[in-house]
Ligand binder design. Structure first.
Ligand SMILES: [Zn+2]
Ligand SMILES: [Zn+2]
Length: 263
């Protein structure tokens, strides 16, 4: 195991300078074949990022949730908050709650190159919940973040979904039109202001069914601005897909803790 870990670390260091958005280089694929696949949580041998028991332990959002925000609602009806303040997207898919240990894995996928987390997310999506001819648009990262990480994790996630469900990805349809500060360490109101009008479409999306793809929904501020931009470009419908959503905490210290945890 020590040798496996060392090899993985070596590879991850050696590939740091590669700037390809799809970081699945031939070397990475070769290494993935040579090394036995192990569960990221318990290190048991398995064919995916997580073994079946660890996967089963993750907390799922459940059936009785609001179709627009995926927070619990009676009989799966649209919740009061979404009726009062409807998000710009129509429906949200969010399989899991963003909590330990999945939060660590998603942060790992973002920063430590746990690429197989995206394939795992696609496989965990039992049925595609949106239009079969939808265009997947990953939430754009800033050039600075892509430079930092070497890839945009939402593009990798969108590609994994596209492969599984035979969909198309357009990772250039939306762009950031102004630099935004990192969302971490900001209050929820600040997050909304921070991303307001930060995105624009690069082409007409007239008549298209668009699915925005992101790893985590925290306040929804970023997805909402992306949905606004897609609708302004003529999209007939905009839905959103995330792996996990934050269960909104109540106490102020918990909000700050979540804000620190989620980039
Ligand atoms: Zn496991
Ligand atoms: Zn709702």
């Amino acid at each position: 195991m020590a040798i496996v870990g060392t090899l993985r670390n070596l590879f991850s260091e050696s590939s740091r300078d590669e700037s390809a958005q799809d970081a699945r280089t031939p070397a990475a694929l070769l290494l993935a074949r040579l090394l036995p696949a192990r569960c990221l949580l318990c290190a048991d041998a398995c064919t995916n990022a997580l073994c079946a028991p660890c996967d089963a332990d993750l907390r799922r959002t459940g059936e009785e949730s609001c179709p627009r925000c995926r927070l619990p609602s009676s009989n799966g009806e649209v919740c009061g908050r979404c009726l009062r303040f409807p998000p710009k997207w129509s429906q949200l898919a969010a399989m899991f709650w963003y909590q330990f240990p999945l939060d660590r894995l998603i942060v790992g996928a973002k920063h430590a190159r746990y690429w197989n987390m995206f394939d795992w997310a696609a496989v965990s999506t039992v049925a595609w919940p949106f239009a079969n001819d939808a265009t997947l648009i990953p939430v754009p990262a800033s050039a600075e973040r892509i430079e930092e990480r070497g890839y945009n994790q939402t593009t990798l996630l969108a590609r994994a979904l596209a492969k599984r469900f035979s969909l198309r990805v357009d990772d250039e349809a939306l762009v950031r039109i102004r630099a935004t500060a990192k969302q971490a360490n900001r209050s929820w109101a600040e997050r909304r202001r921070n991303v307001k009008h930060a995105f624009a479409a690069t082409r007409s999306l007239a008549g298209e069914s668009v699915v925005l793809v992101d790893d985590v929904l925290t306040t929804g501020a970023t997805l909402n601005e992306c949905a606004r931009a897609a609708l302004a470009a003529g999209a007939a419908r905009v839905d959103a897909y995330v792996i996990a959503r934050v269960n909104p905490p109540r106490a102020r210290d918990r909000i700050q803790k979540f804000n620190r945890a989620v980039a």
